[in-house]
Design a protein. Structure first.
Lengths: 113, 112
């Protein structure tokens, strides 16, 4: 099936631990994005990448890191420096030229205990 | 600072009612405005608007953009319980890697 796969769907971690969220796509889209969703705040952009081996910070990049070693994959690491990491994380992809809509994965819900 | 604002933030209606959701924006280099529906997890695409005054329609849903007044509306007629969701408005601007700037969302609840 074509689509975007995020894993894990649910994740619990203790304070001070890093955690990596996976995002894989087989839509052959060039651009990939990570958004964070908190209640009442809509979606906020963490990082995005338009091509392999290149990525840019979004509006709330502090405490997060990413890599784009291959077109299909854009993993997000939530580091211990992120002060309030409990949230719903959504990965999205988009076509070349950045036209049209973004396509979203099912999301990963991270809870810090 | 680029900003997208949706109103109301939440809305409760009964089946059969018509609702209008609002989205206003203040951005530089506007390119397009998009509406999404989010029921549980992944937002699903509804409409993309680039030109003023041209209504996009899909079944009971329709949307229109006013680039002079910087807003868009999403109308849902004859609402059904399956329309219950969070509706997200987002704006794309030029030269920003195709990223979308989202509003807070409107949570719609349709009661039987």
């Amino acid at each position: 099936d074509g689509g975007i796969t995020q894993s894990p769907k649910y994740l619990f971690r203790k304070e001070g631990q890093n955690v990596t969220l996976s995002c894989e796509q087989n839509l052959n889209h060039d651009a990939m994005y990570w958004y964070r969703q908190d209640p009442g705040q809509g979606l906020r952009l963490i990082y995005y990448s338009q091509i392999v081996n290149d990525f840019q910070k979004g509006d709330i990049a502090e405490g997060y890191s990413v890599s784009r070693e291959k077109k299909e994959s854009f993993p997000l690491t939530v580091t211990s420096a992120q002060k309030n990491p409990t949230a719903f994380y959504l990965c999205a992809t988009g076509r070349l030229q950045n036209t049209g809509e973004l396509f979203f994965g099912e999301g990963s819900r991270l809870t810090v205990l | 600072e680029d900003k997208v604002v949706q109103s109301p933030l939440s809305l409760v209606v009964h089946e059969g009612d018509t609702v209008t959701l609002n989205c206003s924006y203040e951005v530089t280099n506007f390119r397009s405005l998009l509406w999404y529906k989010q029921e549980k997890k992944a937002p699903t695409f509804l409409f993309m608007l680039t030109s003023s005054g041209i209504e996009k329609k899909s079944g009971r849903l329709s949307s229109i953009l006013d680039k002079k007044e910087l807003f868009s509306i999403l109308n849902i007629t004859a609402t059904q319980t399956g329309d219950s969701a969070v509706y997200l408005c987002a704006v794309r601007i030029y030269n920003q890697g195709g990223k979308l700037i989202f509003g807070q969302g409107t949570e719609l609840s349709v009661k039987p």
